[in-house]
Design a protein around this ligand. Structure first.
Ligand code: SME
Length: 161
């Protein structure tokens, strides 16, 4: 397997653009969902200065912590609870510029100041939540949403087991 090539000084959109083909190359040769989620979390964590990058997986009617990079996190989230549970309930991405202003935000780390979550599915999981946290206020915007959605689409395409 080749190493990740990333110039950390690039602007956000250019960085995502250069990562997408590398992520596709990485996950297109592996069918296992957990293995691919683990590598995607590592790639994004290594490429940006985010606090936490990871996934929650729907199992038996609740979200359970999956592969991630960053500080330890809460293991189970109910539907409708926190940013992740709301994203699952509404089946839409949520950008939270200031977590202190979000009703019912679940604070896994007091260092987290802003957050983005995106829901998607794979053949083996009805819902997976892609969750990213930052120590900076308003660190996530439409650019992150656009490219992270593309990563979710790649995961949906290649994670068939
Ligand atoms: N803040 C999330 C919980 C998960 S952690 O950020 C890793 C939420 O409110 O759903």
């Amino acid at each position: 397997m080749e190493e990740l090539h990333i110039d950390k000084s690039l602007d956000k959109a250019t960085k995502y653009k250069s990562l997408l083909p590398q992520i596709e190359g990485l996950i297109s040769t592996e069918k296992d969902t957990i293995a691919n989620l683990a590598n995607v979390a590592a790639v994004i964590y290594e490429s940006f200065d985010f606090l936490w990058v990871g996934f929650y997986l729907e199992k038996n009617g609740e979200l359970v912590l999956g592969p991630f990079q960053g500080p330890l996190a809460c293991t189970r989230i109910q539907k409708g609870r926190g940013v992740c549970g709301k994203s699952w309930e509404r089946n839409e991405s949520i950008i939270v510029p200031d977590v202190d202003q979000f009703d019912d935000h679940i604070a896994c780390s007091s260092l987290s100041k802003s957050e983005i979550v995106l829901p998607f599915s794979t053949p083996t999981f009805d819902t997976i939540i892609f969750d990213l946290d930052s120590e900076k206020i308003a660190d996530f915007d439409q650019t992150d949403e656009e490219y992270l959605k593309k990563i979710c689409q790649l995961l949906n395409q290649y994670c068939i087991e």
